[in-house]
Design a protein around this ligand. Structure first.
Ligand code: FMN
Length: 223
């Protein structure tokens, strides 16, 4: 994916009569699928209902981002990923366990770990809190806030499956990186967008133009 070609920009801030803007944590870990995190970040940036996005990128995620998108270096990372200057996104250091989102007293509406590696899944479901991503997720679980783990690995070992069960029992949603095909995607961008839309629908931020089964019958070939 060429990150430089994006033309998307942030929309106007929400109207004063709208409900309070949401604060979302987006954690990116070193599983494959970093393009999904880029799409998520851009969609959140463009959503006027979202006021703040706290972005945490693990060192392994930086490695995978470089491999899969060509993005590199922390200094201009947000600009590279958003495709423009952002007023909403703050990049927090992976090792900064003193950051705002490390405390339950800081209000957060939802945390997405996208993509979520098996290593981070293990750390979260065992309450390790050994870096900011694990700690912020731990806070979401103890405060009963939405925590969505977009796990990605294949095949899955018994350890992975047990960890997903533990995370679910603790209150997280396992939202595996699995594409859908019933919406007739034509491109990788279609698959990516649809996946991101499904997550946002799940956390109460339905997107305009999102595919809805039953809303419109797919066009039938007449040939
Ligand atoms: C190109 C690349 C792709 C990877 N894909 C996955 C993956 O899909 N799932 C996974 O669990 N780990 C994957 N890994 C391994 C993780 O990056 C590694 O386990 C790392 O320690 C995870 O650290 P983190 O959870 O702190 O980001 C991948 C590594 C590389 C370099």
């Amino acid at each position: 994916m060429n990150l430089k070609t994006s033309t998307r920009s942030a929309k106007e801030p929400a109207d004063k009569s709208d409900p309070p803007q949401r604060t979302i944590v987006l954690a990116v870990t070193g599983a494959s699928g970093s393009v999904l995190a880029v799409e998520m970040l851009r969609t959140l940036e463009a959503d006027p209902r979202v006021g703040r996005i706290h972005l945490v990128v693990s060192p392994s995620a930086l490695r995978v981002l470089a491999e899969e998108t060509g993005a590199g270096g922390r200094h201009t990372l947000v600009e590279q990923l958003v495709g423009a200057r952002s007023t909403k996104v703050s990049l927090l250091a992976h090792e900064d366990i003193g950051a705002s989102i490390a405390s339950g007293s800081y209000p957060v509406d939802a945390m997405l770990v996208l993509p979520c590696s098996m290593g981070t899944l293990a750390g979260i479901c065992h309450g390790m809190a050994s870096n900011l991503i694990e700690r912020a997720a731990d806070v979401c679980l103890k405060e009963r806030r939405r925590l969505v783990l977009c796990v990605r690995e294949t095949p899955l070992s018994l350890i992975h499956l047990q960890n997903m069960l533990s995370a679910t029992q603790a209150g997280a949603t396992i939202f595996p990186v699995v594409p859908s095909f019933y919406n007739h995607p034509q491109t990788v961008a279609d698959i990516t967008r649809n996946y991101v839309h499904r997550i946002l629908q799940h956390i109460g931020l339905p997107q305009p133009g999102a595919y809805e089964w039953g809303a419109k019958a797919p066009a039938k070939s007449t040939k």
